[in-house]
Design a protein around this ligand. Structure first.
Ligand code: MSP
Length: 508
């Protein structure tokens, strides 16, 4: 990765339903990574957005009696507003129904056509609108239904344009094997390499019967297959395909190839095989890494409207605040593993980690500095030897960087909480109230210099995870997060609890 930049993306989500915590999980994880590298001085480009074409979105529009465009305009806004509430800092929120994206995808198709990697054919097979993908008999369950969407796929026979996927297989495979295209975690990389062993047919990149999509510039009977349209978002958002000679090429040149596509494991075939092959066909560099995280169920079951276990990220923000929602999303299970989420445990998890461990730490330190030093603590003359937390802070800093480098934001978060625990432990062990009683002024000042230094570090370390708390902690100890060295004087204010406790729900 080039040392001074970092570019990454989330998938662009279908808007046939409202955003749920599955989408929020990927997006918050990617945002945490984006914020981390930004805070380390990298020039970051972070893209997010919505996938608005195709039969699935068009069907959703018909159901509510709206035109597809009117429908996707409203539905897409649900995603962007949820991401705003979660403090997601994407540099673009890219929408595939925008005229800019459409024109750029058309140009990409023109180029694919021009280099001779497309050919006309007839597609006959089974199509599942839920997956927006063709299925084979062996993908179906015993009742002949798509196991993910529980519907019988449609039999289709139509003219399509096909992409010569097979011509690019060996190169894609070699690039994954050599690590030039890093697929993480390892079990996903193995799964992808396993896919090459199967006979993956050339795939059709256009549709005749779907009308809600990008019209092919060289065949107006066809629209682009929604997945190809969507994958191109990663480059069109950077300006690829802009035919205006006066248009700036800067963003694309600076940020492509992306350092990282963050996705869920359900869409690895598209990102690790189809997308690299399309890029190779256009002679474009491949992304450096694809990280596919696990899938989670809620209370042991796949999230579904019928079961009624879909969790809206807005509800999480309403109940736990933006930082609290981010915590609950990121802390459930290791990034990369599957997991099961229990909404009934959220209160307890929030209270334990945020209201108690972190919130109390901030409150205890600031209120004791208020009490023992009238809110103003001079660090002058305190020797570094007296700062027992300093080495832990330095080690934590290194370990957080290691964790983000190997794309393990959950590990970085655990490191931060390790430091919180150490600081709470130090207060218990040194009992400042006893030092104060015994009139040990110098020891007390050294201890609080140490603890405030730790809060300073925490405000920096927490920034990728809990942006609001990070800024607030810095404010309460009287300096800005961007100042790297500790101030000579801390001017502390005591405020309301950073993370108000959630009281146990009364039985009804
Ligand atoms: N539109 C395509 C992506 C195109 S990207 C070029 C799509 N959209 S989707 O709305 O179905 O989103 C799928 C993604 O949402 C997953 O890859 C994952 O990032 C996220 N998740 C959806 N449900 C999830 C869980 N239950 N658990 C974890 N992540 C989940 O596919």
């Amino acid at each position: 990765m080039s040392a001074d930049r970092f570019s990454l993306s989330t998938p662009i989500y279908y808007v046939n339903g409202a955003p749920h915590i599955g989408h929020a999980y990927t997006t918050v994880a990617a945002d945490t990574i984006a914020r981390y590298w930004r805070s380390r001085g990298r020039d970051v480009f972070f893209s997010a957005g919505t996938d608005e074409h195709g039969a699935k979105n068009a069907e959703a529009a018909t159901k509510v009696g709206k035109t597809p465009q009117a429908y996707v305009d409203e539905a897409s806004a649900l995603f962007s507003s949820a991401w705003d509430r979660l403090n997601v800092t994407s540099d673009v929120f890219w929408r595939t129904s925008s005229s800019t994206h459409v024109a750029r995808v058309q140009e990409a198709f023109r180029r694919l056509h021009a280099v001779g990697v497309l050919y006309e054919g007839t597609y006959e097979g089974l199509y599942c609108t839920g997956c927006e993908a063709f299925l084979t008999e062996k993908d179906l369950d015993a009742e002949g239904k798509c196991p993910d969407h529980l519907r019988v796929p449609e039999k289709l026979s139509e003219k399509n344009w096909f992409f010569k996927l097979s011509a690019f297989f060996p190169r894609v495979k070699a690039l994954i094997e050599s690590g030039e295209l890093r697929i993480q975690p390892d079990h996903i990389r193995n799964e992808v390499l396993g896919l090459f062993a199967q006979d993956l047919p050339d795939f059709s990149v256009s549709r005749q019967r779907v009308t809600w999509g990008v019209r092919l510039p060289f065949d107006d009977t066809q629209v682009a297959y929604v997945w190809v349209d969507a994958l191109f978002n990663y480059v069109t958002a950077l300006g690829y395909g802009d035919t205006d000679p006066a248009a700036s090429r800067e963003a694309f040149e600076r940020f492509w190839p992306m350092d990282l596509h963050v996705i869920g494991k359900d869409i690895i075939k598209f990102h690790c095989i189809f997308w690299p092959a399309l890029l190779l066909a256009l002679d474009l560099p491949l992304p450096r890494a694809v990280f596919a995280h696990g899938y989670f169920t809620v209370d042991g079951r796949k999230m579904s409207k019928t079961i009624g276990n879909v969790i809206d990220p807005n509800t999480l923000v309403d109940q736990y605040g933006s930082d609290g929602a981010r915590y609950l999303l990121l802390s459930q299970f290791p990034f990369g593993s599957d997991g099961d989420v229990h909404a009934s445990r959220f209160d307890e998890q929030y209270n334990a980690a945020l209201a108690n461990d972190l919130g109390n730490l901030v409150h205890r330190i600031t209120s004791m500095v208020q009490k023992y030093f009238d809110g103003t603590l001079s660090t002058e003359g305190v020797l570094e030897d007296a700062l027992v937390l300093l080495s832990t802070v330095k080690e934590t800093d290194v370990r957080i960087e290691e964790a983000f480098t190997r794309i393990a934001p959950d590990v970085a978060l655990r490191e931060v909480f390790g430091l919180v625990e150490r600081a709470n432990g130090l207060i218990e062990a040194r009992k400042p109230w006893e030092l104060a009683k015994a009139g040990e002024g110098d020891d007390l000042r050294a201890l609080f210099t140490d603890l405030l230094g730790c809060l300073h570090a925490l405000s920096v370390f927490l920034y990728p995870f809990f942006p609001d708390a990070s800024v607030e902690i810095a404010r309460r100890i009287g300096f800005s997060r961007s100042e790297s060295s500790a101030p000579a004087i801390y001017r502390v204010t005591v405020g309301e609890p950073l993370f108000p406790r959630i009281e146990a729900k009364k039985a009804v």
